[in-house]
Design a protein around this ligand. Structure first.
Ligand SMILES: *Cc1c(COP(=O)(O)O)cnc(C)c1O
Length: 221
């Protein structure tokens, strides 16, 4: 068995029912993606708009592409035609743009709202307090957006308790939104949290979707 197959098998063995594994394939060649696809995997994550635009047409068309990286309004056109789910909505302006592009493609775009839970300034997202207003606005204005849930990235730290409390805070916020807003245009059925280094903590705190790159494909250079 190739190293890639072994790592994929061991990662997927650790994913319980009710949690979906997104294989984060950013920077990886199409051959590596195809190899994981041939094992039966369909959900892959990319973080650069042009990379997604170039990879998607070259790979099987039943791949579900997840866009997980920072997205500027002028790059939305590269992403919406391919994305099953956009995890990284970090502004109302971006949501306006995604709605516009989805409308022109006659598509309803599934999205997650990214929430800033880490202590690092460099990480992006809405503050937990802004979420109600954003969702209310989108439900009223955006006929081509479906809000599937939230995404968050914890602080990059060795302190597991800090990671755990950031994820559990996001889960509480998510549960509150489910109570207030869940409905047909707003299913709120996905909580995307956890990467190679912190997926087990995230799953213990209620994650329903983990985004794992390094543990499957090896170190990125
Ligand atoms: C790169 C990336 C991941 C995967 O990170 P690994 O540490 O390689 O598992 C997950 N989420 C986002 C948003 C990323 O950019």
């Amino acid at each position: 068995m190739s190293e890639l197959r072994e790592r994929y098998a061991s990662v997927s063995a650790g994913i319980p029912d009710g949690v979906e594994l997104i294989a984060v394939s950013k920077t990886r060649p199409n051959e590596a993606i195809q190899e994981v696809y041939d094992l039966g995997h369909r959900a892959f994550g990319e973080n650069r708009p042009q990379e997604l635009r170039d990879k998607a047409p070259a790979l099987p068309n039943d791949i579900e592409w997840h866009f997980i990286g920072r997205l500027q309004s002028n790059k939305v056109k590269y992403v919406v035609p391919h994305a099953t789910l956009i995890h990284s909505i970090d502004s109302v302006r971006l949501l306006d743009e995604v709605n516009k592009r989805a409308s022109s493609l006659n598509k309803v775009q599934d999205v997650l709202i990214q929430v800033h839970i880490a202590q690092e300034e460099a990480k992006t997202g809405f503050s937990p307090e802004e979420l109600d207003e954003c969702i209310q606005y989108s439900l009223k204005e955006h006929k081509h957006i479906r809000i599937r849930g939230l995404m968050g990235m914890a602080t990059f730290t060795e302190h597991e308790q800090q990671i755990e409390s950031e994820f559990s805070g996001l889960k509480k916020r998510f549960d509150g939104l489910v109570e207030g807003f869940q409905g047909a245009n707003c299913p709120l059925d996905i909580l995307s949290m956890g990467m190679s280094g912190d997926a087990s903590i995230a799953m213990a705190q209620g994650s329903t979707m983990v985004r794992i790159g390094t543990a499957i494909f090896g170190k990125r250079f």
